[in-house]
Design a protein around this ligand. Structure first.
Ligand code: PLP
Length: 412
């Protein structure tokens, strides 16, 4: 007997179970329990192809199917996801849903790449781009109403990202989605930071969910991939047609790795979130840190919203230091944290975001984003604490040996 796609999608299993159980090959005697990697670019035709046949590997690959089933199930879509060659490839497909001459509303602190892509399309005259403070619910609704007066239904897209990268602002997803739909706008939510373990935006009525699979979902900093998920079969058809025609497809090996990574998503998130929370609480009291942004901190402006909407607070913490020099010195001083861009891998990464030219200018220059991995929390803290003291001059270097004098670390 086989376990069909529908069985899993409708079984009401918890997300952590779905990460393991969804996207398995049929239960047949001697069949493999993990999907194989299929590298063929073309498929046998023993009759004239009909709608849905594979035919050619730009349109379909058997290695995509289990990953798309698993992610679709995790987001509660009732339909398989669509995997793309990168998160931005998926973003380009999502933005293609906006008709020429329409408008897109984006958080002013959305992921810099999404903002750059939308700005590029706007400069080409594809659509008008408006940016908003996504945490300011009334402000976003005001913008949507203003656009509704100038555009027809279906011409406007509200692009949500929550929490935002790297400012960690939290949007009221259900409220904003309802308001957007009332004006006839379509809603996309970038769920990269939360992952379906923490939040499933389709349940808030969002039309399309976007993932940079590169980050938490694949989780090992070794594949670049993206995905879109929707509950609407007609929208999925349009997005699939865009993927096939524009060609932003994923390599089979990358998708196989992503499914392998997805199997441990719940465990990785559990660990990263627990460590992120513990680091955030300790960083608040650190003399070298001006401000800590983490939705899990009761003092954080997004805390109440995150607590009421999400099943967790994520694995990203952003800190503000005194100035750029201190921030750069921190990144240069860590020994365990890896100074690198990206996020969501098993290894903890640290980056001053404004070093990227595309980063919005309203992101503080001295903001450092921490992507918390799964290493021992005390090792991560010790390294960060030491590097912070060193960077902020509160932890003098031994002048005779040139080494950092660990005896001067005050007890914590
Ligand atoms: C990285 C990222 C993207 C872009 O994904 P790529 O896989 O790098 O193309 C989109 N959104 C967010 C929030 C991201 O962090």
């Amino acid at each position: 007997m086989t376990t069909s796609r529908e069985d899993l999608l409708h079984a009401g299993l918890a997300p952590d179970t779905l990460t393991v159980a969804a996207g398995r090959p049929p239960r047949e005697h001697d069949a493999p329990v993990n999907a194989p990697i299929v590298l063929s670019t073309t498929y046998h035709e023993t009759r004239a192809p009909v709608q849905g046949d594979r035919v050619y590997a730009r349109g379909s690959n058997p290695t995509w199917d289990p990953f798309e089933e698993a992610l679709g199930a995790l987001e509660g879509a009732g339909l398989p996801a669509l995997v793309f060659g990168s998160g931005l490839g998926a973003a380009a497909a999502a933005l293609s849903l906006v008709p020429t001459g329409g408008a897109v509303v984006m958080p002013r602190h959305a992921y810099a790449g999404s903002l750059s892509l939308a700005a590029d399309l706007a400069a080409q005259g594809r659509f008008e781009l408006r940016t908003v403070d996504v945490a300011d619910t009334a402000g976003v609704i005001e913008e949507l109403s203003a656009l509704a007066a100038r555009f027809d239904a279906g011409q406007v897209m509200l692009w949500l990202e929550s929490p935002t990268n790297p400012m960690l602002e939290v949007a009221e997803l259900a409220v904003l989605t309802e308001a957007a739909h009332a004006t006839g706008a379509i809603v996309v939510a970038d769920n990269t930071f939360n992952t379906p373990i923490v939040h499933r935006p389709l349940a808030s009525g969002v039309d399309v969910v976007l993932h940079s699979v590169t980050k938490w979902l694949a989780g090992h900093s070794d594949v670049v991939l993206g995905a879109l998920v929707t509950t609407d079969p007609a929208l999925r058809e349009r997005l699939l047609a865009h993927r096939t025609l524009h060609g932003a497809i994923a390599g089979p090996f990358e998708v196989w790795l992503a499914l392998r990574g997805l199997r441990t998503l719940a465990l990785r998130m559990e660990r990263s979130q627990a460590t992120a929370a513990s680091l955030a609480h300790r960083l608040v009291d650190h003399p070298g840190v001006r401000r800590v942004r983490y939705p899990g901190l009761p003092s954080d402006p997004g805390h109440a919203r995150a607590a009421s909407q999400f099943d967790g607070f994520g694995g990203i913490v952003s800190i503000e230091l005194d100035d750029v020099e201190t921030a750069d010195a921190l990144v240069a001083s860590v020994r365990l944290w890896l100074p690198a861009t990206s996020l969501g891998g098993v290894e903890s990464l640290i980056e001053r975001r404004r070093r990227q030219p595309a980063e919005p200018k309203t992101v503080p220059e001295a903001l450092v984003r921490l992507s918390v991995g799964i290493e021992n929390p005390e090792d991560l803290w010790a390294d960060l604490d030491k590097a912070l003291r060193h960077a902020s001059g509160r932890y003098p270097t031994n002048t005779t040996t040139g080494t950092t004098d660990t005896t001067e670390v005050p007890a914590r």
